[in-house]
Design a binder for this molecule. Structure first.
Ligand code: FMN
Length: 355
């Protein structure tokens, strides 16, 4: 099907993070940032084809644009699951070629797929045929000893030949043996230049850099001059001079967006020029309403929601009181959405005492 890549708007997204970017988390992040793209946690084809698909695919309308990340390696299964994702209303289907966990390797998917570009190309071809929405790939710059530019370019090239237009590249290789998934997110060094080199070789593809991005300045330094120009209307802005060696079309942010979610408000303001941003307290109050609604509809325990909002006051006065309240109160018997109100009071009390 027609795989249109986005043109002017930069791709700024929050990374798929297993156990973290569930639908409650995404609802919360969307309240802060209307313009960033959100990704689900990886959902395996097995879970969708043999499990409670409705539950795995459930999301709130406000989450758009939202991408479903799939984990799998069978072309037919992936095509069927892509179709299910499209039917459920997702805006993009992403294939995980970057996860190094043992569980994923034993299923022959995730990062180990980088060793099989032809096979991934077949999978992507089948998925593209099955849906009208974009099918994208998230990968690493390499795996184990397959760690040179030529192999990465070949991987991207084979898949692009089948019509995939967007690649999100975690700028670290993965060691499939010997490092845990967590270590594989920290120990292999970041190499943004390798991602930029892919963009140079394939200028028509949308290339997104991921890994280690923590500030808006980091984002500015990675975006291509043309994307920066569309953002600021000022291509000669001094922040951007001399940095065209690291030019990509967008960035994906993982851990920083989870531990310090209000960084997305700064991104909205500075990158998207959006000045109509909800304050932290309004967001907290909106989460109370959301939690009430989820409890009524799905019997959702409050702790399943509050765990994602602990970072809302990151680096703000009273952050510790907020964090402590939300780390304890939701776990008490009978706790409900009122714990968010209590955490707000604890935070404000702390501020009063400190003033
Ligand atoms: C808790 C956690 C779970 C993750 N789960 C996934 C996943 O399901 N799929 C995926 O492609 N990457 C996953 N990742 C990797 C992130 O998407 C991202 O590539 C990585 O954290 C590097 O970006 P960062 O430095 O901005 O965090 C996960 C990362 C974390 C911290």
């Amino acid at each position: 099907m027609n795989q249109e890549k986005s043109t002017q708007t930069p791709h700024i997204s929050v990374a798929p993070m297993m156990d973290w970017t569930d639908r409650h988390c995404r609802f919360f992040l969307r309240l802060i940032a209307p313009n960033v793209r959100l990704y689900t946690e990886m959902v395996t084809v097995g879970a969708l084809l043999h499990g409670d698909a409705e539950r795995f695919l459930r999301f709130d309308e406000s989450e758009h644009p939202v991408a479903l990340q799939l984990g799998g390696s069978d072309a037919d299964d992936l095509a069927r699951c892509a179709e299910m994702g499209q039917k459920a209303g997702y805006d993009e289907i992403n294939l995980n070629c970057g996860c190094p966990s043992d569980r994923v390797q034993s299923g022959r998917f995730g990062a180990c797929l980088m060793r099989e570009p032809d096979h991934v190309a077949d999978c992507i071809e089948a998925m593209i045929k099955a849906v009208d929405i974009p099918v994208t790939v998230k990968c690493r710059i390499g795996v184990d000893d397959q760690d040179d530019q030529q192999a990465l370019d070949e991987f991207v090239g084979r898949i692009a030949d089948k019509g995939c237009k967007t690649f999100i590249i975690h700028a670290r290789k993965a060691w499939l043996k010997g490092l845990s998934p967590k270590e594989n997110r920290d120990i292999p060094p970041l190499n943004y230049e390798r991602v930029t080199a892919v963009k140079k070789t394939f200028p028509d593809l949308e290339i997104i850099t991921n890994g280690g991005i923590k500030t808006v300045e980091d984002i500015y330094s990675l975006l291509s001059p043309c994307k920066r120009g569309t953002l600021t209307g000022n291509k000669t802005d001094s922040r951007f001079r001399g940095k065209s060696d690291k030019a990509v079309d967008g960035v994906m942010i993982g851990r920083e967006a989870y531990s310090n979610p209000y960084i997305l408000a700064e991104i909205e303001r500075k990158i998207f020029g959006n000045h109509d941003i909800l304050g932290r307290e309004k967001i907290a109050k909106a989460m109370i309403e959301y939690a009430k609604n989820q409890a009524a509809r799905y019997d959702t325990p409050i702790k399943s929601i509050t765990r994602h909002i602990i970072g809302l006051y990151h680096h703000q006065p009273g952050a510790k009181a907020w964090r402590q309240a939300l780390s304890t109160l939701p776990h008490k018997d009978g706790a409900g959405p009122e714990v968010i109100e209590e955490a707000l009071s604890a935070m404000k009390n702390h501020r009063k005492i400190a003033a």
